[in-house]
Design a protein around this ligand. Structure first.
Ligand SMILES: [Zn+2]
Length: 233
């Protein structure tokens, strides 16, 4: 427990034990998934990292799990190696697959929480639809340039992602500076730790949006849509 001595006063031994017996799926090991999984692993959370991509040179300015020697290697496997190197006491597995409707039951069923660290809405809708139908909470995180958005979605209680964003078309890679995913990842990791350890309030029912360029942050309340094709059924 020496490793966690400085966080134990905040989350308690029972909270730490809950982290130790948890399993969290992180979908995407990129700009958000890198710092997110580093913080969760360091805090003592067991992880399943799901990403079908390999490390590219233009990832390095924000995807801080990886170094130049990792270029061309599967992100999920490098992530697994790097997270184990930092905390050998947790369980961590890297899955070198892109999340699909077909593999979602195998990859997401049974986890305590899903972290959306993807970079596209087609993946987010797969996460949303599976999690709502299987009663698994998840944290939505997204970035664009200096902007970020994040919400905690609890099936049956809060608006789901399709209530908030009914139909978003993906427009391909967006510009990004590394600090934006780092910030939203830090908030997302805190949401995950608090949820598992049973602490504080969360972003459930709220969308937090922020702008690092003009340093403005605001909450929006989000509510369920009566016509939502996923959560109103
Ligand atoms: Zn909904």
């Amino acid at each position: 427990m020496l490793r966690y001595a400085r966080q134990l006063p905040l989350i308690g031994e029972e909270g730490q034990a809950r982290l130790r017996s948890s399993l969290v799926a992180v979908v995407g090991a990129g700009g958000i998934g890198s710092p997110l999984s580093l913080y969760l692993a360091s805090a003592g959370v067991n992880l399943r990292i799901i990403d079908g991509d390999s490390v590219s040179f233009n990832n390095l300015h924000r995807q801080i799990l990886y170094g130049e020697e990792d270029i061309g290697l599967p992100k999920a496997l490098v992530a697994e190696r790097e997270l184990r190197r930092r905390n050998s006491e947790i369980y961590v597995e890297g899955i070198t697959e892109r999340l699909t409707e077909e593999n979602a039951p195998r990859l997401l069923r049974g986890v305590d929480l899903v972290m959306d660290a993807s970079d596209n809405f087609s993946t987010r809708y797969i996460i949303n639809d599976f999690c709502v139908r299987n009663d698994i909470p998840f944290v939505y995180s997204a970035i664009n340039g200096f902007y970020f958005a994040i919400s905690f979605i609890i099936p049956g209680k809060t608006a789901c992602l399709r209530c908030i964003f009914p139909k978003v078309e993906d427009s391909g890679p967006v510009p990004v500076i590394g600090m934006t995913p780092a910030l939203v990842a830090s908030i997302a990791a805190a949401e995950a730790v608090k949820y598992i350890a049973g602490l504080g309030t969360s972003l459930a029912g709220k969308l937090l949006i922020g702008d690092l360029k003009d340093v403005e942050f605001t909450h929006i309340s989000v509510s369920k849509s009566k016509n939502c094709p996923v959560c109103s059924r």
